[in-house]
Design a protein around this ligand. Sequence first.
Ligand code: NAD
Length: 505
Amino acid sequence: MLDLTVIPATDTRLPAEPFRGRHLIGGTWVEGAETFGRRSPSHGVVVSHSALGTAADAEAAIAAARRAFDAGDWSRAPAKSRAEVLTRVAALIEANVDRIALLETLETGKPISQSKGEVSGAADLWRYAAALARTLHGESHNTLGTDILGVVVKEPIGVVSIITPWNFPFWILSQKLPFALAAGCTCVIKPSEMTPSTTVMLGELLVEAGMPAGVVNIVLGYGLPVGATLASHPDVDMVTFTGSTGVGKGITAAASGTLKKVALELGGKNPQIVFPDADLDSAADAVTFGIYFNAGECCNSGSRIILHEDIAADFTARVVALSRKVAFGDPLHPDTQVGAIVTPQHRDKIDAYVKAASAAGATVALGGTALQVPGLAGEFYQPTVVTGVTPDMAVAREEVFGPVLSVLTFRTADEAVALANDATYGLSAGVWSENVHTCLDLARRIQAGTIWTNTWMDGFPELTFGGFKQSGTGREIGSYGLEEFLEVKTLCMRIGRSRANWVRA
Ligand code: NAD
């Protein structure tokens, strides 16, 4: 018998009909000549049918966004009116949490309690962006001489393409869209083909909140041709993308033809370093949370732990024991903590990493195979802990994107830093020690956009987020999240006629 905590199928009723998703172009809902379906990864039934976008749909959406931007009704509106619309959207999201969360769970496989948390948390991002809109200002230079006044103003960058992944569809869109809108930009969004529906639901709320037509456009469909058109089109001024590092590099190449601005939030192979003097109970709980949250399908997954040799065996045993208590299973059950894997292909990819590590000499201390959830036909994977991992193994270097923890060890702080930085990624990292000097020293030496000390994955709209190295470029949320969508213009103004003519009389 499996010594794991598995939640079988609950008798929650699924929606009677699949959700029907259409494009939103220039304020009009547009059907596709063809549609594509999304099968729930947990329940194995089709839960949405979406319009299949073409290059022509993407071009029409870009043209609508361009017209709306140039007309100025949004881009030149007082920040106060933009903030009012964003605040109304926040309230509408809050009023629709249950409806949105259900579809988010059915398309992603994530637990319903988590979906509800993400959707209501996203409302707070909209409120924060609304507040930020009204702080937008430039700078003045009154010290350049009696006859010169310099002013640096900030302007919206223009038409922004937003391309999002499947793992946090509603949340990640809300890390980008309200900030772009607060800046005064107009947008074209392409959600992942696996999770299009909650973006459409948000579109419905934007219309209800009074967003002018053409300011936000949505085109559903695949990377090719829709995403590629959004990344390369000359009428787009910026593309902001969250997804895999490989596709991110392709986006940069596609955008280079017009040198448009590119912001990328990509993958991670995030280390947590645990020293012997840490609060080991808290650290073990946070490591367990860090690896199984969202079934490990998370850019911030704490997928490798770097343990001091003195505590490695005991700490690993604690994590294995905790792993057995994490509730895996039906994502619609309120107690479930870990749901389904997004596709059968992805589950096989996760499994291949574990098998390769085992073949290379690592030990599978827990899990390492698919999980059968009674009553559900979907894709699940067991909580998995792999010990004896060496830095050269793929499981230590690449993003597994599954509930698979790699355990490495260190002897000195320098070794721990070297192991942490031995990665092409640099998204986030954690340090566990009760010694503040150890925490601060490592926090300064580790190459990552976010360092957590004695915690993992705490986040706030105020605290900016982004990656070093191949984890990305640019920053989201916080005040930097607004700056990303702004262009800077210098006004240099002469007062009076004090300047002697350049051409001699
Ligand atoms: P993905 O790169 O496969 O797809 C992301 C989006 O890009 C999708 O909408 C997809 O349709 C689109 N796309 C695919 N090919 C394209 C092309 N040629 N041109 C334009 N668009 C194209 O990523 P995914 O599998 O959906 O998401 C998982 C990845 O996202 C992981 O690597 C994860 O680390 C990363 N991620 C990063 C963050 C972060 O903030 N750093 C957050 C969440 C996810």
